[in-house]
Design a protein around this ligand. Structure first.
Ligand code: PRP
Ligand code: URA
Length: 215
């Protein structure tokens, strides 16, 4: 694994064979959009599963056809923040596994010349419970500009627990996020080699938004 120079206890690379198999399908430039979307959604379930393993639960009782049993109910105030556009694919899976979460879409577009993230949409509440768990959803963590801009919106609302779920991360992006937000945990399917001169992740999977939705 390449060195990020940052806190690896706050970085989880999901190396499960099923995850890596799906990721390989996404990396393949010959994978058509229709399959790409489906594989990305399947991969997103696994990443959600990994990233949400510390969700709070409370004990509840439940009746099986045979008799009473002990069970649990999810108890955290959960927020999903998909970064448009590509984050929508992660949001679809996240919403299915946690239907009661609040969703706040974050519109960010990376300027291809400057590589700076430009905000075009963010409609957040004035306040969130400080114990909220926010999951920022963005498949590509490249320079980290988009992730930091999205995370910062929730940091400013004093949210203590912010998690970033990505599909592919570059060391440069991981470092930038952890330099600015040391407590943010990142879950990803891959920590790739580096960024190229155009700010694309190498080897990466190309332009995630274009591959999901078309150019
Ligand atoms: C892509 C990707 C991330 C961002 C990552 O979005 O989905 O949001 O780039 O790059 P960064 O880490 O250098 O900021 P893009 O701006 O291409 O928008 P799109 O998803 O609408 O295509
Ligand atoms: N955005 C993408 O979609 N892919 C990259 O490799 C970098 C930014």
């Amino acid at each position: 694994m390449p060195s990020t120079g940052t806190n690896t206890s706050k970085l989880t690379v999901a190396d499960h064979p099923l995850v890596q198999n799906l990721l390989t399908r996404l990396r393949d430039y010959q994978t058509p959009s229709s399959e790409f979307r489906e594989r990305a959604r399947q991969l997103s379930y696994f990443l959600c599963y990994e990233a949400m393993k510390e969700l709070g639960v409370r004990e509840v009782g439940v009746e099986t056809p045979i008799g009473p049993a002990k069970g649990t109910a999810l108890s955290d105030y959960v927020v999903f923040a998909p970064v448009l556009r590509a984050g929508l694919i992660l949001a679809e899976a996240a919403q299915e596994v946690f239907p009661n979460a609040r969703i706040y879409h974050i519109g960010l577009r990376r300027d291809e010349e400057t590589l700076k993230a430009i905000s075009y949409y963010a409609k957040l509440p004035e306040a969130l419970p400080s114990e909220s768990r926010v999951f920022v959803l963005d498949p590509m963590l490249a320079t980290g500009g988009s992730a930091c801009a999205a995370i910062n919106l929730f940091h400013q609302l004093n949210v203590q627990t912010i998690h970033l779920i990505s599909i592919v991360a570059a060391p440069e992006g991981v470092k930038r996020v952890h330099d600015q937000f040391p407590n943010v945990h990142i879950t990803t399917a891959a920590l790739d080699e580096h960024l190229n001169e155009h700010g694309y992740i190498v080897p990466g999977l190309g332009d995630a938004g274009d591959r999901i939705f078309g150019t």
